[in-house]
Design a protein around this ligand. Sequence first.
Ligand SMILES: Cc1ncc(COP(=O)(O)O)c(C=O)c1O
Length: 380
Amino acid sequence: MRFETAAIHSDGGPDPAYGAIVLPIYQTSTFVFEDVGKTKGYDYSRSGNPTRKALEDTIAVLEGGKAGFAFATGMAAETTVIHLLKQGEHVIAQQDLYGGTYRLFESVMKCFGLEFTFVNMGNRNEIEAAIKPNTRMIWIETISNPLLNVVDVDMVAGIARKHGLLTVADNTLPSPYLLRPLDHGIDLVVHSTTKYLNGHCDVVGGAVVTATDELSEKVQFLLNAMGTCASPFDCWLVLRGIKTLPVRMEQHNKNAMSVAAFLEKHPRVKRVYYPGLKSHPGYRFARKLMKGCGGMVSFEMKGRVRAVNSFLRNVKVFSLAESLGGIDSLAEHPATMSHASMPESFRVKVGITNDLIRLSIGLEHVDDLIEDLEQALKRA
Ligand SMILES: Cc1ncc(COP(=O)(O)O)c(C=O)c1O
């Protein structure tokens, strides 16, 4: 099946009970045994649930993996995956990561004896120089949040193979519609399904997709042992969102490209970050690896913090809010919002400056978006 068809038909439907074309929400904590030691496939919803399974199977098909797992949030998915490691082991992580991932590593997992080195994932020498005898994992964001760097997944998977390391790719920003990291040799994909997979700003969720049966067993064990799974209702919402992922992504790509081109020419704008622009360092890899450049655009304003605040106060179609990847266009200030948990010196060193604004370009008419940006930039 092609991607568009698989997005609609990978949920195992229609429902075997009554033929409902939309899978029901199995809102149940437990399942009655047929006999002692005999179930109909499920025993308790933490371990497994039919609505969750439909979502998990769909995400696994779309990412081209062995198995999928649905979690309560993207952070729950990440927390579960990092528990594949043991005390004393070392992770090489991308330096320009989502702030919550940085916080999980630096402020939580470090206390349990994991070690982290943050590197520029565009620099092979830097990655290889960071490898130590206790290194076990490389963690990347395929398109980074918020600088939108595009990682050469072939290069990272090659380094990992050579040194026997596990690779984890946070594929939230492109979604499997634009890029499938497992096809390039990555071992585990993580998602915040809160973003493009659900796409409607009405649920928080996460997912993991594995490349091997061995990893699938380990992730299922951790999900059940740690209780990080998603609820049936949230799974149902994400599953519904996924059915329109291809058409939404096409429109996000188009709208974001137009917004990026508009901002690049605007006199109040210092620099635009969008991998569809030739001026962006991710342009070459975006063309090589991806089916489009996605819906996120970041930019730096001239005039520093006062101008940034005024812009954010004056947008009208865009909303000042965290999150991304939904139908609604959102604007946010990474330094004080999504990346506030990074120490300022580290954040600025990796390029997430105080003047940076991140836009999640939604599915409104692009002329309304550009007119809104124009008026807010004029007043800033
Ligand atoms: C790239 C990326 N990964 C993971 C997360 C965490 O996901 P959640 O907010 O669903 O826990 C986010 C949230 O913004 C994100 O942008």
